[in-house]
Ligand binder design. Structure first.
Ligand SMILES: Cc1ncc(COP(=O)(O)O)c(C=O)c1O
Length: 354
């Protein structure tokens, strides 16, 4: 049986756009207007996570949680409630794995308990907060979030812009925990990165709330010049064909195992505090002191220095502060993956000095 899964059949309605931030803006507006059409007022805010990244437009920034990107714009942003990032290596609630998961879910529970009547939806990057530092959530966390959304009748928005289309080893990250959100945001891998395209998927229930007579004015007013661009859609269809023809997901499983084996070697280094991955998305967190987890000072630009040196060896990677991001193309050969990780291992050792 093929492991290529379409999005859950309950997410049958699609709103096309052209980038991840817009997919998120659409999701937020849709969720907000949904409650209005249901005759429920006051659901004017959202819950999102610290360390979240959902894009650079103002709605998306409002539900973001990374100071370096978002803080400047604070006076312009929508009101949101911030829940802890499930960052077990540096748990802001002072817990260690797996207690970090329960503590983080407990915080969401209390936000929803106190404010459910104000909240249109909760938005989350399933399994891994990418731009926040490749922060993987503990197993069962995503399912726990979904259960809380259901308990308090809050819409769950899964932002799969980074994780969708195979990145985590399954077509969508939500599949790992059998979670079906109310809204799903997709972009990036939808065209293999060749053309700008995005999609916001929604349930029939959401869609039906927007139906009515002309005079009811229930229309979802959101449009862009390149919404559903046919060339971009053609690229997406070609990309989906490749998933099937080249057995991309099946072939990826072995490559994920190779990547994990390299990460387990790299974590032995004196200045590597943590390695983490969700399938083919990984982060290597460099620390000044492994024992105390003391981070390198920003001014030392450790991540940048590793990236710069790796580039001299022909490997192009991106740092997020002290976290080295590893996101190889899904189509990479095992041989190239090995070469890449060998360079990363040598480079980290050389730059950190041990
Ligand atoms: C999870 C997530 N959501 C949204 C976005 C924004 O996508 P775009 O850069 O296409 O606007 C990104 C981009 O990195 C992302 O990682």
């Amino acid at each position: 049986m093929s492991i290529l899964q379409p999005p859950p059949s309950s997410l049958s309605k699609v709103f096309y756009s052209d980038n991840g931030s817009t997919a998120v803006e659409v999701a937020l507006k849709m969720a907000f207007q949904y409650w209005k059409h249901k005759g429920i007022d006051g659901r004017n805010t959202f819950v999102s996570l610290r360390n979240a990244y959902h894009g650079d437009t103002l709605g998306a920034v409002s539900v973001g949680g990374i100071d370096i990107f978002h803080k400047t714009f604070e006076p312009l942003l929508l009101k949101t409630y911030k829940a802890p990032s499930p960052y077990c290596y540096r748990c802001e609630l002072g817990k260690t794995y797996p207690h970090c998961k329960f503590a983080c879910l407990g915080e969401i529970d209390s936000i929803l308990y106190d404010h459910a009547g104000e909240i249109a939806g909760l938005i989350i990057e399933p399994l891994i907060q990418a731009a926040g530092g490749m922060i993987t959530s503990p197993s069962g966390y995503l399912k726990g979030v979904k259960e809380l959304c259901s308990k308090y009748n809050i819409l769950m928005i899964a932002d799969e812009v980074a994780t969708g289309f195979g990145r985590t080893g399954k077509m969508f990250a939500c599949e790992h925990e059998d979670v079906i959100p109310d809204i799903m945001c997709l972009s990036k891998g939808i065209t293999g990165g060749y053309m700008p395209l995005a999609a916001t998927l929604a349930t029939d229930d959401l869609y039906n709330a927007f139906l009515g007579e002309f005079s009811d004015m229930k229309t979802f007013f959101h449009g862009h010049s390149y919404t559903g661009n046919p060339l971009a859609c053609a690229a997406a269809l070609a990309c989906l064909d490749l998933f099937e023809k080249e057995h991309v997901l099946e072939n990826l499983q072995g490559k994920i195992a190779v990547l994990e084996a390299w990460l387990q070697e790299i974590v032995q280094f004196a200045h590597v505090g943590d390695v983490r991955n969700a399938g083919f998305m990984a982060g290597i967190e460099l620390v000044e002191d492994k024992e105390t987890k003391k981070p390198y000072d920003r001014e030392e630009k450790m991540g940048w220095r590793v990236a710069h040196r790796a580039r001299e060896q022909g490997v192009f990677i991106r740092p997020l502060g002290n976290v080295i991001v590893i996101m190889p193309p899904l189509a990479i050969s095992e041989q190239n993956l090995g070469q890449m990780m060998k360079v990363m291992k040598e480079t980290i050792f050389a730059v950190t000095g041990s």
